[in-house]
Design a protein around this ligand. Sequence first.
Ligand code: GDP
Ligand code: IMO
Ligand code: MG
Length: 426
Amino acid sequence: MKVDVLLGLQWGDEGKGKIVDVLAPRYDVVARFQGGPNAGHTLEFDGIKHVLHQIPSGIFRDKTRNVIGNGVVLDPIVFKAEIEKLQKYHLNVKGNLFISKKATLIIPTHRLLDQAQEKAKGDDKIGSTLKGIGPSYQDKIGRQGLRVGDVLSPNFREKLKKLVDLHLEILKAHDLVFNWSELEGQFLEAIEFLKEFKLIDSEYFLNKELKAGSRVLAEGAQGSLLDIDFGSYPFVTSSSTVSAGACTGLGVAPCHIGEVYGIFKAYSTRVGSGPFPTELINEEGEAMRKQGNEYGSTTGRPRRCGWIDLPSLKYSIMINGVTQLLMMKADVLSIFSRIKICTQYKLNDGTLTDQVPYEQIHANITPVYQEVKGWNCSLKGLVEQNLPMELQNYITFLEKALEVPISLISTGPDRTETIHRFRHPA
Ligand code: GDP
Ligand code: IMO
Ligand code: MG
């Protein structure tokens, strides 16, 4: 069998958590392949809203096994809190969750370093979630990180001390106030908790599952426009958020990748700093934020809002090899009688392009819009056959421009508010 990949095509928060939960019954395994507690994946059903940060979004489906892959950076303290929050739902988390020994550990000093680095950047700050993502990936790439498997080693404490000493030395130059022994106590307690879970060689686990005919869904975090290579560098996260990241982040070969589901909002949002060509810094943007409840799932920060941006979506589709598109939050656009679609960018020198230019930050990209009529009505309870004509036209317009079919339309946060248009079963 193949691994299908579901990933965000914009700047994150497209609705990945909701759709992974919706699709999970069709899969035997759901696996996260990158990112860490910077992610906030929201699931809604039975009137309850859940936000997952590190645990894959298949956890509420009792027949689905969930893997935290080697490409993930895992904060044991956040992990413990997240598991404890789930306890009241009596899920079989211990039975259904598997953690790669090769996943990188986030230690408390990584969070402090994140703060220090952001502070030092001043006005150029990334707008990081401050969860220690950048510094933990820096240690991984710098070949001095700690990994989940290390917690089983008899000299784990020594390894930890070595890394902490390095970090504390760097932190001396910054005026952060913290109590290391308190943080260390918390961390060690969380490590003991982590040891109670199945710590595995997840690349073997996944490849054996594939051989045995299991269906695997890889769950991306963040979005393609935040990718370390292809995002609006330096205003990006520190991992490979694109489909290739599923190969390195899980240990599955490219020939084993099947469908690539690209998920996007019917408009655009971004949280944190960095270029956003179609951003609306006006009443329309505020109305979008209010209607879409666009506040960060991890940090609560207001998300920047704007119209859909086809050049950047085409770019993401190209990099990821997207085979099917999933469009979220169509209901949010119901408040507008006219909807704008950015089809091209006009650059400083007057050139028109539908490519994302290298220099996005100072290029003064002006979006070129095509305007269409909005549907201006509630989408509650609608099925595909009775979607308003204007929404059907919007979908057709996007499919034509993006050259990929839209296989799912989401019309609300709940599991049930989902219209399937899959031409072949997902
Ligand atoms: P993720 O990080 O990609 O999983 O997305 P988030 O959970 O951070 O943000 C998506 C937000 O939109 C969450 O609050 C969801 O509950 C909500 N949401 C998802 N799909 C829809 C939809 O179709 N309509 C509306 N109104 N909200 C949605
Ligand atoms: P999900 O998985 C939206 C953004 C941050 C910041 C930049 C770098 O929920 O879609 P980092 O903490 O990684 O150093 O932050 O990336 N960012 C996200 N934005 N959704 C996310 O995850 C994000 N994870 C990181 O706001 O601009
Ligand atoms: Mg999110």
